[in-house]
Ligand binder design. Structure first.
Ligand code: FES
Ligand code: FES
Length: 152
């Protein structure tokens, strides 16, 4: 069944089952492999994308639920992601890097909503993003840095 998706500013028509998971369509049909397949159960945040500006996990979402809505993947984040990526590097906020695209997608949704989030707001917003390497304190500092706050 043809489904129309608006991804990173471009329109795509994909012929897939409406119940197919959005993550699979992004990675396999649209070659957007930035969102990662981690747990596949909605628990780790590695597959996070923005749906109408809100961070959602794409591994559980049927593709039909994204039809007619604005989808943004890590590839389409632009300047916000660039600032966050730079801050992640400066703060050494990644080890294996597998969780990083999802972390940056969630952090960009936070920074779009709150200019200068405090640590508590960061922890709340990032609670759905698991880092098996345990880089949490550095991820928090990277988000503080990206939002122009002094990092101690
Ligand atoms: Fe989607 Fe883990 S892969 S939440
Ligand atoms: Fe390895 Fe987060 S840097 S899972």
């Amino acid at each position: 069944m043809p489904i129309s998706l608006h991804v990173n500013g471009e329109q795509h028509l994909v012929d897939v089952a409406p119940t197919r998971r959005l993550l699979a369509v992004l990675r396999e049909d649209l070659a957007l492999t930035g969102a990662k397949h981690g747990c596949g159960e909605g628990a780790c945040g590695a597959c996070a994308v923005l749906l109408d500006g809100r961070a959602v996990v794409s591994c559980l979402l049927p593709v039909a639920a994204a039809e007619g809505r604005e989808l943004t993947t890590i590839e389409g984040l632009g300047e916000t992601a660039a600032a966050l990526q730079e801050a992640f590097v400066e703060e050494d906020a990644l080890q294996c890097g597998f969780c990083t695209p999802g972390q940056i997608v969630s952090a960009s949704a936070l920074l779009a909503a709150v200019d200068r989030p405090d640590r508590e707001e960061i922890r709340t917003a990032m609670a759905g993003n698991i880092c098996r390497c345990g880089a949490y304190p550095k991820i928090e500092r990277a988000i503080l840095r990206a939002s122009g706050q002094v990092v101690r």
